[in-house]
Design a protein around this ligand. Structure first.
Ligand code: PMP
Length: 348
């Protein structure tokens, strides 16, 4: 007998990081920013009656603000519900070849889920033994390319020339650079979008701008790429962005001083924390993100993970090939990292 179950789109779902209810937990597991968003959000007066109306499907207020901030044209900006939504739309729009798309074997674990759900063939290119992306792997014929810069969960950054070589070598593919963590010490490839019509740069408000709860992400690229993205978005769900997100998101972009000051704090806490981890016998990959990826020379990563969890400090551990010895630890406040270090002194 046939069943409706023969006709469903099954997929192995993405597993998001834990969001514990207990507010006493030191939460270093999903790369949130420990400092709140810019105080400009408090100056916003939301007219609740306005919520009866549909939001602006074009998201013009936020698109215009972002274009001005990045010194590009509004036609070069696409906004979505977090960069997850933006990248998901990109997979749907740009990855339609029979050829496999390429991304690293150790990278953001949503990429293979999107490829599976949209039935896109893919090849995961092995990072080298030091967890570096191997440029030559991205020179073969493909249906598209995506990787984060810095990569996640390794935190390792590549330079602009590295990416330009890949973009230049693949004129028949869209190359998506996921810059979720670029503000924590990396150099963006944004200036290349006027030079190459196949490059798309994706950013998020969830990390450096401390607004994970609002769900705002955006892509920047050649206006033709953005047009195709908008065509698909309008055809799937025109009203993705809600009115409060558009208003709050637009309000904080100008607060450069606060933005820079929190980034400086996170970067200096990261550098201090890396030194402490090394002192405690960890091998730490060179991170330009708001997290570090570290493995202890003798103590099992899962033991550290579980012991920390019992003590109400959450970090991230994957039982996955190549990375099961590693922990990904988000950079919190100095006080949070001091607490973690004192616990690690007992465990390691
Ligand atoms: N890209 C990378 C590399 C990430 O780590 C994340 C956060 N999990 C995202 C994209 C998605 O972030 P958001 O949807 O909150 O913008």
């Amino acid at each position: 007998m046939n069943s409706w179950k023969d006709n469903i789109r099954t997929v192995e779902p993405y597993v998001p990081g834990e969001q514990p209810k207990d507010t006493n937990v030191i939460k270093l597991n999903t790369n949130e920013n420990p400092y709140g968003p810019s105080g400009k959000v408090n100056e916003v007066k939301l007219d609740m009656n306005n919520l009866r109306k549909y939001p602006d499907a074009k998201v013009s207020a936020l698109v215009n603000k972002l274009a001005e901030y990045h010194n590009i044209k509004p036609e070069q900006v696409f906004v979505g519900v977090g960069s997850d939504d933006v990248i998901s739309m990109c997979f749907m729009t740009f990855f339609n070849s029979d050829k496999p798309i390429f991304f690293p074997d150790v990278t953001y674990s949503f990429y293979d889920v999107w490829a599976d759900v949209y039935r896109i063939p893919y090849e995961q290119k092995k990072l080298d033994e030091n967890f570096n992306i191997v440029k030559e792997d991205y020179m073969a014929e493909n249906g598209g390319i995506i990787f984060p810069n810095p990569n996640a969960p390794t935190g390792i950054l590549v330079d602009t020339d590295f990416i330009e070589d890949i973009v230049k070598a693949n004129p028949a593919s869209v190359v998506i650079i996921d810059e979720a963590y670029i503000d924590f010490g990396g150099k963006s490839v944004l200036p290349l979008i006027d030079k190459y019509d196949n490059l798309l740069v994706v950013r998020t408000f969830s990390k450096s701008r401390s607004m994970a709860g609002l769900r705002i992400g955006y892509a920047m690229g050649n206006s033709e790429l953005i047009k195709y993205l908008n065509d698909v978005k309008y055809s799937v769900n025109s009203y993705t962005m809600n009115t409060p997100s558009i208003i709050y998101g637009s309000a904080i972009i100008d607060d450069e001083e606060y933005f820079r000051s929190t980034l400086d704090k996170i970067i200096s806490t990261r550098e201090r924390f890396v030194g402490e981890l090394k002192r405690l016998g960890f091998n730490v990959l060179p991170s330009k993100a708001n997290f570090v990826f570290a493995s202890h020379k003798s103590v099992d990563a899962n033991v550290i993970f579980e012991t920390l969890k019992e003590k109400k400090v959450y970090v991230r551990h994957w039982n996955a090939p190549r990375i099961s010895d590693y922990l990904r630890i988000t950079i919190g406040t100095d006080e949070e990292m001091d607490k973690l270090i004192s616990l690690l002194e007992d465990i390691c």
